[in-house]
Design a binder for this molecule. Structure first.
Ligand code: GUN
Ligand code: ZN
Length: 438
C-alpha cells in the first residue's frame, strides 16, 4: 500500500479567475474552515471538508493539523533573477544605471561555480521560507549558473523554470556571449536539463538592448525547434530604455515589434513589466498569446512607473504577478501584493484580495501554462502547499481578533504579512520548510 498522509486546516484555493468585483465569481473560490488534503506519493488524492474525508480515511493515516491556519497551493513567482539575490536594496539608481552599477558586476561573479551554488541554494531557501514553490528565473549568461540553479532545485524536487541569459552587446565583455555561443550553450542546457524531474528550461534573451538583431534572429530559430518552450525577456519597463530601443531598432514599429519580428511573441512568452505600452501593443500581446509579468515592488523601487493592470485585463492580456528580485524588494508574495494594491490605488483600481491570491496561485500557473501540474488543491495536482498563519505578528493578531471575513483575513495578510506568516512549505508532499525549526 502506497504512503498516504494528510494536512488539516483552513483550506483555500481557486478553481477559476474570481473577477474584479468584491464578490468573487460563483464557484471560483473553494474554502473549508475545517478542510483536509489527502496526499499520496506527492500528489493530492482528495481535498474537501475534513468531516467528510475523515470518514473514509484509512486507519493510521498520519494527519498534520494546522488549526486556524490557511493551507493554500504554494505560491508561484513568474519573474525574478536568482543571481540578483545579494543586490536587493541597492541604492539610488534607475534601471539602466542600476544594471551598470550593481547588476552586471554582481552577475560577473557567477563565473565561479561555487559562488553560483551558494547563491542558488540560498535563493531556493528564501523562496520556500516565503511559501513560494515554483519560479521562472533568469540565471546569468554563464551556462554553469543554470547548472547551479537546476542542481539545487532538482535536489529539492522543486518545479523550477529557468534559463541562461543571452546577451551579446551593451554589457561588460565578461557577460557577453555571441549569437553562436548563446544558442550552442542554450541547446546544450536544454539537452541536459529540460523536463528532467520537474525542471523546465526557458529560453532567455535578456532584453532588446543587449542583443544584436543577429542574436534575436538566432533566438527565434531556436524557439522554432522547441515550440512549447517558455521564453522570458523584458519589455517597456523604463522611459529611457524605451527610447534606447527606438534608436537601436529604428525600423521596428515599437518595442514589442522588435520581439515580434523575430517570432518571440507567442504563447508561453513572458514579458516582464510592460509599463509603457499602448492599446495596440496590448492587443497584439493578447492576439499572439504573450503574457506580462507585473512586478510592482521592482517598478516602485526603480522608479520605473505604474503598470495598468485594468487596461491589460480589459484587453484580455494574460498578466502574472512577480517579485523581480533583485530590483524587487521582497520574496514575500504578501509584500508583492501589497505593492500591487498600492500601484492599483494610484491608478484608481484597487486589487481585490480574491484577485490577488488567485493571481499568485492558479493565475500565475495559468500564465506559465503549468496549471495542469500546480496552482490548486484539486485531485491529481502535485502537492506543493504552503501553510499560512494569519496571526503571525502582533498587528495581524490584533486585526484577526475582530472576527474578519475571509476577504478581510486575506487583505490583512497582503497588507501586513511577510515571511513570518509562513508556517510550513511542502514540495510534492514533503515538508521542506518548517518555521518551528528556524
Ligand atoms: N531589464 C534587463 N535586465 C533587467 C534586470 O536584470 N532587471 C530588471 N528589472 N530589468 C531588466
Ligand atoms: Zn527582470
Amino acid at each position: 500500500m502506497s504512503s498516504l498522509n494528510a494536512l488539516r486546516g483552513m483550506t483555500l484555493h481557486f478553481n477559476d479567475d474570481p473577477g474584479t468585483s468584491d464578490e468573487p465569481r460563483e464557484g471560483s473560490v473553494e474554502f473549508h474552515q475545517d478542510g483536509l488534503i489527502l496526499i499520496q506519493e506527492g500528489r493530492i488524492l482528495q481535498s474537501g471538508p475534513a468531516q467528510v474525508l475523515l470518514e473514509n480515511l484509512p486507519e493510521g493515516t498520519p494527519i498534520e493539523h494546522w488549526p486556524d491556519q490557511l493551507i493554500m497551493p504554494g505560491f508561484i513567482d513568474p519573474h525574478l533573477h536568482y543571481s540578483q539575490l545579494d543586490i536587493i536594496a541597492s541604492y539610488g539608481r534607475q534601471l539602466l544605471d542600476w544594471l551598470n552599477t550593481y547588476t552586471f558586476p554582481e552577475e560577473c561573479r557567477f563565473v565561479d561555480r561555487a559562488y553560483a551554488d551558494e547563491i542558488a541554494n540560498a535563493f531556493l531557501e528564501q523562496l520556500l521560507a516565503n511559501g513560494v514553490t515554483t519560479a521562472l528565473a533568469f540565471c546569468t549568461s554563464h551556462p554553469a549558473s543554470v547548472d547551479a540553479l537546476f542542481s539545487a532545485a532538482f535536489e529539492r524536487n522543486m518545479r523550477m523554470l529557468g534559463g541562461k541569459v543571452m546577451m551579446d552587446r551593451n554589457a561588460p565583455a565578461a557577460l557577453c556571449d555571441t549569437p553562436e555561443t548563446g544558442i550552442r550553450d542554450s541547446r546544450q542546457l536544454i539537452e541536459q536539463w529540460h523536463n528532467r524531474g520537474r525542471l523546465e528550461y526557458a529560453i532567455t534573451p535578456r532584453f532588446a538592448p543587449t542583443s544584436t538583431p543577429q542574436q534575436l534572429a538566432a533566438t527565434g530559430e531556436l524557439l522554432s525547434d522547441y515550440p512549447g518552450m517558455v521564453m522570458q525577456t523584458h519589455l517597456s519597463e523604463n522611459r529611457q530604455e524605451v527610447e534606447w530601443v527606438k534608436s537601436l531598432f529604428s525600423e521596428a514599429r515599437d518595442y514589442l515589434d522588435v520581439y515580434s519580428r523575430y517570432q518571440l511573441v507567442r504563447p508561453r512568452a513572458i514579458f516582464a513589466h510592460g509599463i509603457y505600452i499602448d492599446d495596440d501593443v496590448r492587443q497584439r500581446l493578447a492576439d499572439d498569446g504573450g503574457a506580462i509579468a507585473f512586478c510592482p515592488s521592482s517598478n516602485l523601487f526603480l522608479g520605473s512607473g505604474l503598470f495598468d493592470w485594468r487596461q491589460a485585463r480589459e484587453q484580455e492580456v494574460r498578466v502574472g504577478i512577480a517579485s523581480d528580485i533583485g530590483a524587487g524588494t521582497s520574496f514575500s508574495p504578501f509584500q508583492t501584493l501589497q505593492d500591487a494594491y498600492k500601484v492599483g490605488q494610484l491608478s484608481g483600481q484597487p486589487l481585490t484580495p480574491w484577485q490577488a491570491f488567485y493571481a499568485h496561485t492558479l493565475g500565475n500557473a495559468r500564465v506559465l501554462d503549468i496549471d495542469h501540474h500546480i496552482g490548486s488543491l484539486t485531485a491529481g495536482m502535485e502537492a506543493d502547499i504552503t501553510v499560512i498563519n494569519p496571526r503571525a505578528t502582533p498587528m495581524l493578531t490584533r486585526k484577526d481578533r475582530h472576527d474578519p471575513t475571509l476577504m478581510e483575513k486575506l487583505f490583512n495578510l497582503m497588507i501586513l504579512g511577510d515571511e513570518r506568516c509562513i508556517s510550513a512549505t511542502y514540495v510534492m508532499g514533503k515538508k521542506l520548510y518548517d518555521a518551528a525549526s528556524h
